[in-house]
Ligand binder design. Structure first.
Ligand code: 13P
Length: 257
């Protein structure tokens, strides 16, 4: 069975003192029930080291992730950080191809694919984000669009690499808008993502890969989303910025396990 994964994406929020306070609060809330769920905090690059120190000291199983990475191991890429850097700083996960990076920083499917390949090679879990705009949804091309993104992101991987891959379906129209996809809308796409992986790799791999939903996930909708067969957790933005609200989501996932 697939274990639920609840990942917080802090985006460009939290100074170092704020990041320490939030991760410390989460560690204080942590209890054995949370072990039913994989919990990851994807924090701004500048917060990684401090949050790692907190998580390490408290000996919880909460894991740490970056929000983006460059595919080259080192070199003249001003402003970028590399996979060896995030790994050394304690990250076991990295978000790739978030719609905000695709939209505001011009990341292409090819960039996403290069990053995913390097991450799995370096044994860092890649949380690969896909999702359609409102335009695409309104023209009913969302399945075709999202499954093409999945195929492009995972091109050239070996089936064994998939145990380091998580796919997050985040419809752009649901991100930060308070307008969540209905459980049925989310399930339709998450099931199509799994079928695509089965088609490109094997059914067995598709059955074990985790597919998350992201987009205004909150206490009010988490239960119905997690009740869907092909939704294995959440990539949570706004509701992960407050310890109490993220705790509620983690506990909902533990209860649903
Ligand atoms: P919100 O939960 O704030 O809608 O953000 C979702 C998201 O983009 C997570 O990566």
């Amino acid at each position: 069975m697939r274990k639920y994964l609840m990942a917080g994406n802090w985006k460009m929020n939290k100074t170092i003192p704020e990041a320490i306070a939030l991760s410390q609060q989460l560690c204080n809330y942590y209890n054995r029930e949370w072990d039913k769920v994989d919990v990851v905090l994807c924090v701004p690059a500048i917060d990684i080291k401090s949050v790692h120190t907190v998580l390490d000291f408290d000996k919880t199983d909460i894991e740490l992730g970056a929000q983006n990475v460059h595919q080259e191991p080192s070199g003249a890429y001003t402003g970028e950080i590399s996979i060896p850097m995030i790994k050394d700083a304690g990250c076991t996960y990295c978000i790739v191809g978030h719609s905000e990076r695709r939209e505001y920083f011009g990341e292409t499917d090819e960039d996403v694919n290069l990053k995913v390949k390097e991450l799995v090679l370096n044994k860092v879990n890649a949380i690969v984000c896909v999702g359609e705009s409102l335009n695409v949804r309104d023209s009913e091309r969302h399945i075709e669009f999202v499954t093409a993104q999945v195929r492009a992101a995972l091109a050239g991987l070996d089936v064994e690499d998939l145990d380091k891959v998580v796919v997050a379906y985040e419809p752009i129209w649901a991100i930060g808008t308070g307008r969540t996809a209905t459980p049925e809308q989310a399930e339709e796409v998450c099931a199509a993502i799994r079928a695509t992986i089965a088609g490109s790799f094997t059914q067995e791999a598709a059955d074990s890969v985790r597919v998350l939903y992201g987009g205004s996930m909150n206490q009010g909708n988490v239960d119905s989303l997690l009740a869907m067969q092909d939704i294995d957790g959440g990539l949570v933005g706004g509701a992960s910025l407050d310890a109490n609200s993220f705790k509620q989501l983690i506990e909902a996932a533990a209860k649903a396990s």
